[in-house]
Design a protein around this ligand. Sequence first.
Ligand SMILES: [Fe+2]
Length: 349
Amino acid sequence: MIFRQLFHQETGTYTYLLASRKGGEALLIDGVLDRADRYMQLLQQLELKLVKVLDTHVHADHITAMGELRDRTECVTVMGVQAPIDVVSMRVDDGEMVTIEGIQLQALYTPGHTIDSYCYRMADRVFTGDTLLIRSTGRTDFQGGNSLAAHKSIFTKLLTLPGDMLVYPGHDYKGDTVSTIAEEKAFNPRLQVASAGEYAHIMDNLNLANPKMMDVAVPTNIAMGLGQSDAENPNWALTVGQLMALQESSEFALVDLREESERAANGQIPGSVHAPYNRLENFIGAGGLLHGMAGASAKPLLYYCTYGERSAMAVQASQRAQGGGLENVSHLVGGIAAWIEAGGPVEKV
Ligand SMILES: [Fe+2]
């Protein structure tokens, strides 16, 4: 496995880069905007293709690199279902998997530091975000933080993991880089408590100043969706209302870009073809399924995903596809989430 722990000095933030092999797919956890150039350089040097970026929660102390990296690499942005963010490509719930080539992370919903905090677990390590730090824990006094919830998350979701599991936190301010579950259980001063009430008493009396960048970082991090003027470009975007009016006549060939797990959870718009976003290049290049379907005599293609982010990027990728860009491709604004909300029919897959 390729594993890099990157540090942002000014905010003490750790960013993690994961890949299973040189030349393969990569995932980045908790990137900082200021370091986007550095991540891009490292990806290039290690010959990696960034396919997913995720944040463990909406950060208050730095601006996330997710939007920037998505715009540069057309990767998929991932956050928890509770994240109060305008658009991400993909949302995960407790227990679900985030998958790239050769690597699986299990999402553990661990509210407390914030309402949307998640930890991500692999076989030998867990990325704890700000839920569990080395010899400390994340504050619980803003963004829906709750000290009792934090206690429950830490004690029931993290300290129950194997003792030798490595702990990679979202921050460190003292120079530590990694710990283990057993070490934190034994030596983390905040965890030497007899009850949730005792923990809450400690956390509710920390009297910390707000992070310097909080007033800028939180609103910016919440609004990192694709520019809506782009995604709603009438030349290649269709609204749910327009599609509903047209669907009876089957005017479009519907293409579902989501992953199997998302399709299994929510079903598909009836009659869709499946062409997952992570293999888009194969489908849109000469000889690919979508390239063939988009031929002049066929119906125009209508891409959709969960929220309309991947599909907007896929239209743009299709327009410049190798072996001749695809004409007549558009996407569904707001994705299947908007379709379902408007009462559109879905079928199980
Ligand atoms: Fe945080």
